[in-house]
Design a protein around this ligand. Structure first.
Ligand code: SF4
Length: 65
């Protein structure tokens, strides 16, 4: 599983951080998403998928490897 984020689409809603705090963070200055781990462990998969599903801007893409 590989994660790709699009910071230009992100609206700083923070749903991704709520769903998977080990993988996503937000910039202090504007709340835009920061990817902490582009290749998270398999145990995080359901949380990452939930984050992608909850993102209102469709800024998170989960790529199967
Ligand atoms: S849920 Fe989407 S819009 Fe909200 S901070 Fe995360 S990536 Fe950005």
């Amino acid at each position: 599983m590989k994660i790709v984020i699009d910071q230009d689409r992100c609206v700083g809603a923070g749903q991704c951080v709520l769903a998977a705090a080990d993988v996503f963070d937000q910039r202090d200055e504007d709340g835009v998403v920061v990817l902490l781990d582009a290749l998270p462990p398999q145990e995080s998969q359901s949380q990452v998928e939930e984050a992608a599903a909850r993102c209102p801007a469709l800024a998170i893409e989960v790529v199967a490897e």
